[in-house]
Design a protein around this ligand. Structure first.
Ligand SMILES: Nc1ccn([C@@H]2O[C@H](COP(=O)(O)OP(=O)(O)OP(=O)(O)O)[C@@H](O)[C@H]2O)c(=O)n1
Ligand SMILES: C[C@](O)(CO)[C@H](O)COP(=O)(O)O
Length: 239
């Protein structure tokens, strides 16, 4: 039987590409902040032991969150890059529980439309190598010639997956992998890439096309539409 898991939510980014007046995780999505909606997904799931939120050092918005003083929600100060925030969260959790190889979930604050059905899939998926939600590519994917915007080749899309979160790994293994990748100067955009650098082959678990990462201004409009679609098409709706 799977035991309850902690989730780390990196929310220390500034959301530069969103070009908003505040960090994008504090923008409103159907009447609540993106971050509050994301935390809600986990707090309302029976297999979640607690939530660790990585916030920016000078974050003035977090104290206004409805989850700020919730007993199962802890916050810690994030770092310069997303991977620094995740590392800080892993160290905080290790300090809190002392359990080196407990499995831990990492989920972007900027993905507030994850459903419990998809969360169940990653929680229930057993693998020694870790696992992540991801979507098989629907599009034909081109690789450019390095340094110039011309096509080098077409990749076989049957082998291409687009990474999402949550991603799930044993705590100390992920911490070691992040340390190793950082020491080598490798750019780490998700936990899986750090694990890959250490030679692991995590499992791909089918995610959801609605589990988008809100990155650009138009993504907020798309997220509003998806939220309304999810509300009308199933019971997983928190208005
Ligand atoms: N130093 C950082 C950078 C990012 N994040 C978080 O990582 C997630 C995914 O990152 P992204 O969507 O790229 O957010 P930003 O880094 O804020 O966006 P941008 O690159 O446009 O500035 C977000 O929840 C973001 O808050 C973080 O915790 N710490
Ligand atoms: C972790 C992630 O959301 C998987 O798609 C993504 O890699 C985050 O990347 P970003 O560079 O922080 O946008």
């Amino acid at each position: 039987m799977t035991s309850a898991l902690w989730v780390i939510i990196p929310a220390a980014g500034v959301g530069q590409r969103m070009q908003a007046d505040c960090p994008k995780q504090y923008l409103s999505l159907a009447g609540q902040t993106i971050l509050d909606r994301t935390i809600d997904i986990f707090i309302s799931h029976p297999m979640i032991a607690g939530v660790l939120v990585g916030v920016g050092e000078a974050d003035e918005y977090w104290p206004d969150s409805k989850w700020y003083q919730h007993k199962s929600v802890h916050s810690f100060v994030g770092g310069k890059e997303r991977s620094d925030t995740v590392q800080a969260g892993l160290k905080y959790l290790l300090n809190l529980t002392g359990l080196k190889q407990q499995e831990v979930l990492v989920h972007d604050a900027a993905r507030p439309l994850l459903t419990h059905a998809a969360l169940d899939r990653i929680i229930d998926h057993a693998s020694d190598q870790g696992a992540l939600l991801a979507m098989p590519s629907k599009d034909t994917v081109k690789r450019q010639v390095s340094g110039s915007q011309v096509v080098e080749t077409t990749l076989d899309r049957n082998t291409i997956w687009l990474a999402q979160t949550p991603q799930k790994f044993p705590l100390q293994t992920l911490l070691d992998a992040l340390d190793k990748a950082q020491s080598a100067g490798v750019v780490i955009t998700d936990e899986c890439s750090a694990m890959e650098f250490s030679g692991w082959h995590p499992d791909l678990v089918v995610g959801e096309s609605s589990n988008i990462k809100i990155t650009l201004p138009e993504d907020l409009l798309i997220a509003e539409a998806l939220f309304s679609y999810l509300c009308h098409s199933n019971t997983e709706c928190k208005t």
